[in-house]
Design a protein around this ligand. Structure first.
Ligand code: CA
Length: 431
């Protein structure tokens, strides 16, 4: 629901006003630590973080919601449900608004820390991680390489396709990724060899934080699925394409994906994104309607999100020359064929139990046009086309030292633009 916390309003935290990611209207939750300190829940506001444990101690916040959000792991916060998150959002908005009484501002200012001085952590204990495949243009681009005349598998428009990912190797933005070793076999090689991945890639995805749990055996009807979705982040499903090609038949990705997944560490709540909900784009003529358990009129009317997502690369040579990162692609979360409610309803439709702190990846988000393709596998046509960067360097896949950064922003006339903060990782050589 859109309310007063989405309207134009200033914060007494000066850096929040006009901040590209974290103005007063965003208020994302995360877990941070300062040098020598323990992990604490916080809220990003401009270039600062409001230390919620300090705010509780100072008597500026109270109650179960604030205590859950101040913890060093946010599973309890994720389990709050929309009512609890909204109540806390209203308290935080009032506390950080320029309308707050001067004495309150002074006490709250003592609870701020500079974000630049903090380490940000994976914000919750992730029980299970599931990676969907809902970016239809990504699915088409991948399928065309294998089946030019019939790129999508026959299940694609009926099933929100997914596989079980690996939760233990999820790391926050800034953590480098080591080039994995694995079995690789080029078509011209008679047998596989074991060694460093030759075709290291990223996948630009949207992360979905599960809130409310369902018991084993219980399904979540699609009309209620939104109540089980607490927030969102950006997710890089690092992918070893050569290892993937060799290992995936017939069960799908395994070691090609499990070596690391990176996420942006701030949980942008479902409430913060309320102004950016849009109708799910109509399915093209001839596509089947979703089966009844995956169809809800309200979800079709407002279950998609309008968020621009971008991928940037900075190579070691660019860094040495003082160049800015180069944008490789720009797409939008509305390019997803399935809504997040459809993904969640599908996930529980067999009685599979989800827990607060489970994480979904949306699948790679690609636009129709190649300026919006969300992986190098697509941009390089699976290693058949070199990309030329502005400084003349070329890439088909990632080189050691390359740094990939995802950014995302939601903008709408009449509302403050909000963002997710970066999801960044640099490639280390194979060990
Ligand atoms: Ca993926």
């Amino acid at each position: 629901m859109i309310d007063h916390t989405h309207e134009a309003a200033a914060s007494w935290v000066a850096s929040a006003n006009g901040h590209a990611d974290f103005p007063l209207q965003n208020l994302p939750h995360g877990v941070f630590s300062t040098a020598g300190g323990g992990r604490t829940g916080g809220v990003a506001i401009g270039d600062k973080i409001l230390d919620l444990a300090a705010a509780l101690s100072a008597g500026l916040l109270d109650g179960a919601e604030a205590e859950a959000a101040a913890a060093g792991s946010l599973n309890g916060f994720l389990a709050l449900g929309a009512a609890g998150r909204t109540a806390l959002r209203h308290r935080l908005f009032a506390l950080l608004s320029a309308e707050a009484a001067p004495a309150i501002q002074a006490r709250a200012a003592a609870c701020l820390v500079d974000a630049a001085d903090c380490a940000l952590h994976v914000p919750a204990a992730i029980g299970d991680y599931t990676d969907f495949f809902s970016g239809i243009h990504h699915a088409m681009n991948g399928g065309k390489l294998l089946r030019p005349d019939n790129p999508l598998m026959p299940n694609y428009k009926y099933v929100p396709v997914a596989y079980h990912g690996r939760a233990s190797s999820i790391r926050p933005s800034g953590h480098p990724v080591s080039r994995p070793n694995g079995q690789r076999k080029r078509p011209d090689e008679a047998a596989p060899s074991f060694g460093p991945c030759r075709n290291l890639d990223y996948e630009m995805e949207f992360g979905i934080w599960v809130g409310g749990a369902n018991a084993l055996g219980d399904t979540v009807p699609i009309a209620q699925a939104g109540e089980h979705i607490a927030g969102f982040c950006l997710l890089n499903d690092w992918s070893a394409r050569d290892i993937q090609t060799w290992e995936s038949a017939p069960l799908g990705p395994f070691l090609a994906k499990s070596f690391q997944t990176s996420i942006s560490p701030w949980i942008v709540t479902a409430e913060a994104l309320a102004p950016f909900r849009i109708p799910q784009p109509p399915r093209p003529n001839g596509d089947p309607a979703p089966l009844p358990h995956l169809f809800d009129a309200a979800d079709q009317a407002a279950g998609a999100l309008d968020i621009a997502v971008e991928v940037h690369i900075l190579t070691p040579q660019m860094r040495a020359a003082g160049l800015q990162p180069h944008r490789l692609s720009r797409a939008n979360t509305s390019d997803l064929y399935w809504t997040v409610a459809q993904m969640l309803a599908h996930h529980t439709s067999n009685g599979c139990n989800l827990s607060a702190g489970d994480l979904f990846g949306s699948g790679t988000i690609s636009a129709v046009e190649d300026t919006g393709w969300g992986s190098l596998q697509e941009l390089s046509l699976a290693g058949r086309r070199e990309l030329t960067l502005p400084n003349g360097e070329t890439r088909m896949f990632l080189a050691d030292g390359d740094e990939i950064t995802f950014r995302a922003h939601a903008a709408r006339d009449g509302y403050a633009t909000i963002g997710f903060g970066p999801c960044r990782g640099a490639v280390l050589p194979a060990q």
